[in-house]
Design a protein around this ligand. Structure first.
Ligand code: 1GP
Length: 244
């Protein structure tokens, strides 16, 4: 089954969790260990990518490790730029960084990568990407016009625009390593106005936060920094059970 169909079908039954592995942040061996643990405790899919330091070698090696250590779990490329693409993923977020000042992030990289993605036969998943304060690295390198974490009015305008443009998912990003995610009031406001699934990532570290986000209407939660820490297994289990 195609990855997006699988996401949509799963979301009819329950919320989902995705684990982000940034190839630039650890050895491939450690990436494999992270995948094994996260897969075993119940993450639904892996996202692979990062804002800086991702190259074809570390991307391919990380994908291979995830494949070996978490067989059967979808691997979705969370791309940095068109120059680093992989034929080995199950899907790619064909994402537009909607609140970037740089038109290259909004549509340039997408045009640069489209032909190759089509040739490689990778499933593109159209996604609107919105970066909130503090934004962290992706806010900085992506030249974001950062949205305040509780600015529901601006966030809702972007989310409706994304849905009108035909995007299948909307991603609310506080930035990897943020101290907290986007506020629940923003998630609630968007949930009221759009029907596409809402992904929330950046700053999710505990079960209580996870619970408040999903009960506000988030469909998919993403954690990345957490799994880079030692002994993350119990914390990840807490997040997963907070989402039930
Ligand atoms: C980054 O949303 C993800 O794109 C994950 O963020 O690293 O803070 O979990 P964290």
């Amino acid at each position: 089954m195609r990855v997006l169909d699988n996401i949509i079908q799963t979301l009819r039954q329950r919320k989902m969790h995705m684990t982000l592995i940034d190839p630039a942040n650890q050895s491939t061996q450690k990436a494999g260990k992270i995948a094994e643990i996260a897969g075993r405790v119940g993450t639904d899919a892996f996202m692979v990518g990062g804002s800086t330091g991702v190259n074809r070698d570390n991307l391919e090696e990380t994908i291979r490790e995830i494949r070996q250590n978490a067989p059967g779990k979808p691997i979705i490329h969370f791309p940095t730029a068109a120059r680093v693409l992989s034929p080995s993923v199950d899907a790619i977020y064909f994402m537009s960084y909607l609140n970037s000042k740089n038109v290259n992030n909004v549509i340039g990289e997408q045009v640069a990568g489209a032909v190759l993605i089509k040739k490689l036969g990778i499933e593109p998943i159209a996604m609107g990407y919105l970066v909130f304060e503090p934004g962290m690295k992706v806010g900085e390198v992506g030249e974001a016009m950062l949205i305040k974490r509780d600015d529901a009015k601006t966030a809702v305008s972007y989310a409706i625009a994304a849905e009108f443009l035909g995007m299948r998912l909307i991603y609310l990003e506080a930035g990897s390593g943020a101290d907290k995610p986007v506020s629940t009031s923003v998630v609630k406001a968007i949930r009221k106005e759009v029907t596409i699934p809402i992904i929330v990532g950046g700053g999710i570290r505990d079960g209580k936060t996870a619970r408040s986000l999903v009960s506000s209407g988030a469909d998919v939660l993403v954690t990345g920094t957490l799994v880079e820490e030692d002994n993350f297994e119990d914390r990840l289990k807490e997040i997963l059970s907070g989402m039930l």
